[in-house]
Design a protein around this ligand. Structure first.
Ligand SMILES: O=C(O)CCC(=O)C(=O)O
Ligand SMILES: [Fe+2]
Length: 391
């Protein structure tokens, strides 16, 4: 049974308590057997045994998907974007005194928060889906007031990230799980710098279909996370295996039953190498602790849905939540957002010429309308997160 954890421990105390718990739970994930190379069969579908493991457990770790070179490019590009973030909310300049980027975007690309905080846990934000707050270790005296927690709109901020979005193995996985007419959800980069990174309170991602008569374990889609650094139990994303199949969980009750401790007894850490890609069903209970460890995590996160889960559905979880009602997603909205995938495929084809490009069924025969060249680039990418398909 876990000890209740001090809501504001020192960084070192937090790291020590987490280390004990993690050793235990690392053995549990090793026993499940949910990792290996991303294998496609002759028809380009995800290998049946991987698909079966993903459907049962609600997650999988694909090893060694993104090459060292591509990871290096993505790291450099992401670090540059982080460097250009405003120093605090509303600031016009970055930490070097240069004009901060993203101030002219319809969706602010940066979510800033204070070091090792839990900005959503226990609040009503994002449809109140993070019911409990993680412990928030006290940051070192020299820590900045604000850190970058999330970056939105990566495909227009970094060509490297756009190319990643067109990755053939990942898109084939999306087609295998959600069908050839799969549609994108959104993208977000989680940034967890050593001794600074914020936590993400336990939650399930889906917001629209929990009470649907057609509810099933895959109805809210999934997210990939491409890891730019090796992850450890201390900074990784954690999941509760199999919890995607059980409907809406009582997370508050689970934490209360665990003596108020956030270290849930059945959770496991998705420990990865750089270049590994995790996939997690959006209905799985998941979260991450404040990064009190000495190691960074940067996770490039993007998700995909079944088209039938999105079409005709009034969205939720919009980034620019305002007074206007959530839109009902129609064919045109889906086409606009899906065009980012088609553009990404072409951007990747031009850069990695020896790789077989993914064929995205909804755009078959119309690929030439979405070249990664000329005006098509801004036509598709300008403020594309306003078209996210958030359910
Ligand atoms: O990476 C994390 O810490 C949280 C990720 C998450 O909540 C998500 O991908 O939905
Ligand atoms: Fe999540």
């Amino acid at each position: 049974m876990s000890e209740p954890i001090d809501p504001q421990p020192t960084r070192l105390d937090h790291a020590a308590i987490l280390a004990d718990y993690a050793t235990n739970r690392q053995a549990a994930i090793d026993a499940i057997g949910v990792r290996g190379p991303l294998e496609l069969d002759d028809s380009g579908q995800l290998s049946p045994s991987i698909l079966a493991a993903y459907r049962t457990h609600g997650f999988y770790i694909f090893e060694n998907v993104v090459s060292e070179e591509e990871v290096a490019e993505l790291r450099a590009a992401t670090e540059d974007v982080i460097d250009r973030a405003p120093t605090r909310p509303g600031s016009a300049v970055d930490s070097w005194g240069r004009p901060a980027i993203g101030r002219d975007h319809a969706i602010n690309p940066f979510m800033l928060t204070s070091p090792m905080s839990d900005p959503w846990g226990g609040t009503t934000k994002l449809a109140g889906r993070h019911p409990t707050q993680m412990s928030q270790p006290v940051a070192e005296a020299d820590a900045p007031d604000y850190i970058v927690h999330l970056i939105f709109g990566m495909c227009s901020l970094m060509p490297e990230a756009l190319r990643l979005y067109g990755h053939p193995g990942l898109l084939a996985t999306a087609a295998s799980i959600n069908g050839d007419d799969f549609v994108p959800y959104n993208d977000a980069i989680f940034v967890k710098k050593p001794g600074l990174g914020a936590s993400v309170g336990w939650h399930q991602d889906g917001a629209t279909h929990w009470d649907s008569p057609e509810w099933h374990r895959d109805i809210h889609g999934f997210n990939f996370q491409v890891q730019l650094f090796p992850t450890s139990a201390a900074n990784a994303l954690w999941v509760v295996p199999g919890s995607h199949s059980d409907g809406k969980a009582d997370i508050k009750g689970m934490v209360a039953a665990n003596q108020g401790s956030e270290m849930l007894p059945h959770a496991v850490p998705l420990v990865c190498k750089a270049g590994d890609v995790t996939i997690a069903n959006r209905q799985i209970i998941h979260g991450s602790f404040a990064n009190s460890s000495p190691d960074p995590r940067i996770s490039i996160t993007f998700g995909f849905h079944l088209r039938s889960s999105v079409l005709g559905v009034a969205g939720k979880l919009r980034l620019n939540a305002s007074d206007t009602p959530d839109p009902v997603y129609d064919d045109e909205r889906i086409r606009r957002r899906s065009a980012v995938v088609q553009l990404a495929i072409d951007a990747r084809r031009r850069h990695f010429s020896s790789e077989e490009p993914f064929v995205y069924r909804p755009f078959m025969g119309r690929e030439h309308e979405y070249p990664y060249a000329g005006d098509a680039i801004t036509a598709v990418l300008a403020n594309y997160p306003i078209h996210d398909l958030a359910i």
